[in-house]
Design a protein around this ligand. Structure first.
Ligand code: ZN
Length: 483
């Protein structure tokens, strides 16, 4: 690694997403759109337990939990207690959960608020973690069920059980941004393996898919730390994002230097596809495996990345919830939360350049106007220039190709990238990758030709795709725009 760019250079080299986000900042700071005012009202309603809230609740059947066991679904939804981190142990989860369940059994049908259980759980760690368990129990209908009760929580329930969410009609999901992402997003799973298409209990305007343009740190509201990312990390995240029409996901390793208020991101752990073939599922095993690799390499777990295949690299509300959960999990005693998110948009055909768009971001300390989520902030980042391309990068790429080549949402690299252009998706990929390569031109050439070879031999479209491709636009994809 060499020293990082000067801030001007970094800004120059920084992804265009930063510039685009600047343009959209006006949107982020101006008065909330109509659907937003709706959600503010919704929160108030929830706080007072109005009829609409009660009507929604009364139809839900109470879930009975066996207090001696922890189900897999629970484990996944409360992952912070199951990754071997400090005082957050499965025993502690059980203690918090059972305490809340018993409080509910005693006070039923009067609702149990998270504030009311805190005094009895004084030795059980931070109140946010207790709040999340409370929220989880509520979301699955294990507590606070019934039409005669008054609900006290101000914030809407984030998650519901899988049954509840799948019953919910998909037409409640509306998105801003481009619509090309199609239906696949609806089944997307979040970091904890719970379904992304959850809705608030009243079926109101809470929309987990809405994209939120990040704000920018200023001299009056400065970033809590600087971020420096190695060019090889950019390379691997970008490569991963190009392989699938669906969102991909992975974790980031590096170091946080509190004395210098600096985070260095130096390692990518792409998450493997789940048994359902859906890459966005981040099961606990995957996270545990990543942490083992980080530990072996002496790295800290410093962030996560995912792709928005064709739409703006701005976090959705669900992304913000995931990010916030991680930040809270990693909060230090001095209040700093050294954990970042990265969003990659590889295939935005309206973007002039073939270089992918990147957004580095985190949740700020302030809440959004709706009070539903912490305001996202764009993180300026500089680059650590890798002086070589270690073999490990290429073997990670080969691993990803193996992982995705039979995936039904795999990108066909031989197709043209933009309609009526000779540039193939492979050419587009290569051009984007080249923008992250800082090694000597000889080494870069060798590397690029190896990647091209890898894609041409191991990531071929299957027979059916090739035949239909021949009928449409046979000549496409043979010429490189770089060579
Ligand atoms: Zn997202």
């Amino acid at each position: 690694m060499s020293s990082s760019f000067s801030s001007e250079e970094a800004e120059e080299k920084a992804s265009t997403s930063t510039r685009d986000a600047y343009h959209s900042e006006k949107d982020a700071t101006s008065s909330p759109p109509a659907e937003f005012s709706g959600s503010i009202d919704q929160s108030t309603e929830l706080g007072e337990g109005t009829s609409s809230n009660l009507a929604g609740k009364s139809s839900i059947k109470e879930t009975i939990i066996d207090q001696s066991i922890i189900s897999e679904e629970e484990r996944q939804s409360n992952i912070e207690f199951f990754v071997g981190r400090g005082l957050k142990t499965p025993e502690r989860y059980l203690k918090i959960r059972n305490y809340i369940l018993n409080a509910w059994l005693k006070s039923k049908p009067k609702f149990v608020s998270k504030t009311s259980v805190r005094p009895g759980l004084k030795d059980c760690g931070d109140v946010n973690a207790i709040g999340r368990v409370h929220l989880y129990l509520e979301s699955i209908g294990a507590i606070n069920i019934g039409k005669d009760s008054v609900k006290k929580e101000k914030r809407p329930v984030k998650r519901k059980s899988l049954d509840e969410t799948t019953k919910k009609s998909s037409n409640s999901i509306k998105r801003k941004g481009k619509s090309e992402d199609g239906d696949y997003r609806r089944g997307r799973e979040n970091l904890n393996g719970t379904k992304e298409n959850s809705v608030e209990p009243t079926g109101g305007s809470y929309d987990p898919f809405r994209l939120v343009p990040p704000h920018h740190y200023t001299s009056r509201n400065p970033a809590p730390f600087r971020v420096s990312v190695s060019t090889n990390v950019m390379l691997l995240m970008d490569f991963h994002a190009h392989l699938a029409h669906t969102e991909i996901i992975g974790l980031l390793g590096g170091h946080f230097f509190s004395d210098r208020e600096l985070m260095e991101v130096t390692y990518v752990y792409p998450c493997k596809s789940s048994s359902t073939g859906f890459q966005c599922e981040m099961d606990p095993a995957s996270e545990v495996a990543a942490r083992e690799v980080f530990a072996e390499k002496g790295l800290e777990f410093v962030g996560w990345y995912h792709s928005h295949p064709t739409f703006d690299p701005q976090p959705s509300i669900r992304d913000i919830e995931n990010q916030t959960q991680y930040q809270e999990m990693w909060r230090r005693e001095d209040g700093v939360e050294p954990f970042i998110g990265v969003i990659v948009t590889p295939y935005d055909i309206e973007h002039d350049s073939n270089v992918s768009r990147f957004q580095f971001w985190m949740s700020g300390t302030n809440y959004d106007l709706s009070g539903q989520f912490r305001t996202p902030y764009s993180c300026q980042h500089s680059f650590l220039q890798n002086e070589n391309l270690p073999e490990e990068i290429f073997s990670q790429m080969t691993g990803l190709v193996k992982e995705y080549h039979n995936y039904d949402q795999r990108v066909n690299m031989t197709e043209s990238y933009r309609k009526d252009e000779v540039v193939s998706r492979l050419d587009k990929l290569i051009e984007s990758l080249s923008s992250h390569i800082t090694v000597s031109s000889k080494a870069a050439e060798t590397f690029i030709s190896r990647v091209r070879e890898l894609m041409n031999t191991e990531f071929r479209p299957n027979k059916n795709e090739e035949e239909s491709q021949l009928e449409i636009d046979a000549p496409v994809g043979k010429e490189s725009i770089l060579s």
